[in-house]
Design a protein around this ligand. Structure first.
Ligand code: C2O
Length: 504
C-alpha cells in the first residue's frame, strides 16, 4: 500500500464558475480543487496551511470511517480545534473502503465558499471490473454569489422567522455550467456522481441513456437500473452508462434543482433551476436541446436497492435513539433547528477530547454539554429514528459508519410508531439518507468504531442552525486516549483547553 501526500495551502482566490466573479476558497492558488485519489489500503497524509487570513478552517473526509483515527475526522469542536489563520495541521488516515467520497471544510459553515472536492478510493478487487472502460467524475453543486459570512447573518437574523435558508444563485456541474462528456460507441462509462451542494438536491436524467447504479455512498449495490436519480447534498451515486452503438446524434442530459421539494416557498422563476450537459459522440453534429424540462420526476428509491456487502438486516436494536426534528426561535429570537427541543451548541473543548480526558465519567452524557450527546456501548446494535416534523425533505449524515437504511415512508406518514422491522434481502448501506416531509426514516448500525461521531442534516444552513447530534461510541475505550501533538499545538495557539468537562 502506498502513502499519498498532499501539501495544501488554503486561501482565497477569485473564480467565476457561473460567469459571476467572486472570492472562493482555493488550494495552492487554484479552484476548482484537486481530487484526493488512492487505492483501498493506502494511507493519505494532507498537510494544510491556513492562509485564509481571517477565518479558521478544518477538513472532513466525508464517508471515510476513520477506524482507529477518530481524531482525524475533522469537524471543529467535535474531533479537533479549528486550525487558525497562519497555522498548519496534518491529517493522516487510511483509505479502508473503496468507493466515491468527498472532502469539505467542517468549520464555520465554510464549504459553500468552495472548500470541497472529490475523494476517490479505487478497488483492487472491484466486483464490477471488466464491465466498464473509463471513469468519469461528475460533481454537482448549488452555488451562491455571496460569501458564507453574509449568508449566515441573513440566516440567523431575528427577522428570518420563516427559517428560510439562502436561495442558491445557480447550479454547477464539475464547477462549470457546460459539462460535456465525449462517448465512444461500444464503450461503457463509470460515472461517479457526487453532490457537493450546501442546500439543494439535484435530479439527473440522461437523454437516450439509462443508468445502472452500482454504488451509493461508498457501498456497492446489486445493479439497479434507473432513468432518474435524486442526489441530495453529500450523497454519491456511481452509475454505469453504456454508450450507444450508433453515432448519428449527440445527447443532452438534464440536471435540475429539486424545486418542488426543497424550495417550498420559492417560485421556479427565481433562479436558474436546471442546466443541460451533453454526451457528445460527434462534435460536428448538432447538440439537441432536449430534455430541457422533464415532465415528471420519479427518481429511483434507494431504500429498494440491495446491498452487495452481504450484510443482512442487523438484529433487533440494543440501543434506540429517536430524534424529533423541528425548527424554532430561541430565547434570543434567533431561528434555530432542534432535535428533541435541543439545538446543538459547539463546546470549547472538542467532544472527542472530553471523552479522552474525563475518565470513567465519559459515559455520562452530561459531561459533553449541549451537543445532543448519545452514548452507545461497543457492540450495540444502534437504531436511529429521525422524525421529520418539517414540510421539506432533509438529508441526514452519520460520521464514522455506513448505516443500513430500513424504512423511509412517503411524505405525510407522521412519526415512527415503533413497530418491528422486517426487510427482505440485504438493506442498502450508505452514509447520507433523506427523510421525507412530515415523515420518518429508520437506520441501523453496529457500534464497532470507537469515536465521537456527528449525526446531522447535511444542508449546511441547518448545521449552522444547530441540527446535529453527537454519538459517543464506546467511551470506555476512549478514556485515557492521547491527544496527538499536532492537535495540542492548534488548540494551544487559540488558548482552547484540551481537557474538560463541559458541565464543570
Ligand atoms: Cu459531509 Cu459532517 O459531513
Amino acid at each position: 500500500a502506498a502513502i499519498i501526500s498532499y501539501d495544501w495551502n488554503i486561501g482565497f482566490v477569485s473564480a467565476a464558475p457561473d460567469g459571476v466573479s467572486r472570492q472562493v476558497i482555493g488550494i495552492n492558488g487554484q479552484w476548482p480543487l484537486p481530487v484526493i485519489e488512492g487505492t483501498a489500503g493506502d494511507t493519505v497524509t494532507i498537510n494544510i496551511t491556513n492562509s485564509l487570513g481571517n477565518q479558521s478552517t478544518g477538513l472532513h473526509f466525508h464517508g471515510i470511517n476513520q477506524k482507529g483515527t477518530p481524531f482525524m475526522d475533522g469537524p471543529s469542536a467535535v474531533s479537533q480545534c479549528p486550525v487558525p489563520p497562519g497555522s498548519s495541521f496534518t491529517y493522516t488516515f487510511q483509505l479502508d473502503e473503496p468507493g466515491t467520497y468527498w472532502y469539505h471544510s467542517h468549520s464555520n459553515g465554510q464549504y459553500p465558499d468552495g472548500l470541497r472536492g472529490p475523494l476517490i478510493v479505487h478497488d483492487p478487487n472491484d466486483p464490477y471490473a471488466g464491465q466498464y472502460d473509463e471513469e468519469i467524475i461528475l460533481t454537482t453543486s448549488d452555488w451562491y454569489h455571496d460569501e458564507v459570512g453574509t449568508l449566515i447573518q441573513q440566516l440567523l437574523n431575528t427577522s428570518n422567522t420563516g427559517f428560510n435558508p439562502p436561495i442558491p444563485d445557480s447550479l454547477l456541474l464539475n464547477d462549470t455550467q457546460a459539462a460535456k462528456f465525449h462517448f465512444t460507441p461500444g464503450k461503457t462509462y463509470k460515472v461517479r456522481i457526487i453532490s457537493m451542494a450546501a442546500f439543494a438536491s439535484t435530479l439527473f436524467q440522461f437523454g437516450g441513456h439509462q443508468m445502472q447504479i452500482i454504488e451509493v455512498d461508498g457501498s456497492y449495490t446489486q445493479i439497479a437500473t434507473a432513468d432518474q436519480i435524486r442526489v441530495a447534498p453529500a450523497q454519491r451515486y456511481t452509475v454505469l452508462i453504456k454508450a450507444l452503438a450508433t453515432t448519428d446524434l449527440n445527447y443532452a442530459f438534464l440536471v435540475a434543482l429539486d424545486i418542488n421539494r426543497d424550495f417550498t416557498n420559492v417560485s421556479a422563476s427565481v433562479f436558474p433551476h436546471n442546466i443541460t450537459g451533453y454526451i457528445v459522440y460527434d462534435e460536428s453534429k448538432a447538440y439537441p436541446s432536449f430534455p430541457v424540462e422533464v415532465d415528471t420526476w420519479a427518481p429511483a428509491d434507494d431504500v429498494t436497492f440491495q446491498s452487495q456487502s452481504g450484510q443482512s438486516l442487523l438484529a433487533s436494536p440494543t440501543k434506540e435513539i429517536t430524534l424529533n426534528f423541528t425548527f424554532g426561535i430561541d430565547s434570543q429570537g434567533v431561528p434555530r433547528s432542534y432535535f428533541n427541543n435541543i439545538t446543538y451548541v459547539a463546546q470549547k473543548v472538542p467532544s472527542l477530547f472530553t471523552a479522552f480526558t474525563t475518565g470513567s465519567s465519559n459515559t455520562n452524557p452530561l459531561v459533553y454539554g449541549t451537543v445532543n450527546p448519545f452514548v452507545v456501548e461497543s457492540g450495540d446494535i444502534v437504531q436511529i429514528v429521525v422524525n421529520n416534523n418539517d414540510a421539506a425533505i432533509h438529508p441526514f449524515h452519520l460520521h464514522g459508519h455506513q448505516f443500513q437504511v430500513l424504512e423511509r415512508p412517503a411524505s405525510g406518514s407522521g412519526a415512527f410508531d415503533g413497530h418491528n422491522i422486517a426487510f427482505l434481502g440485504a438493506p442498502m448501506q450508505r452514509d447520507t439518507v433523506t427523510v421525507n416531509a412530515n415523515s420518518y426514516v429508520v437506520l441501523r448500525f453496529q457500534a464497532n468504531n470507537p469515536g465521537v461521531w456527528l449525526f446531522h442534516c447535511h444542508i449546511e444552513w441547518h448545521v449552522i442552525m444547530g441540527l446535529a447530534a453527537t454519538i459517543i461510541e464506546a467511551p470506555e475505550s476512549l478514556a485515557g486516549g492521547t491527544i496527538p501533538s499536532d492537535h495540542q499545538s492548534v488548540c494551544n495557539a487559540q488558548k482552547i483547553p484540551l481537557a474538560g468537562n463541559a458541565a464543570g
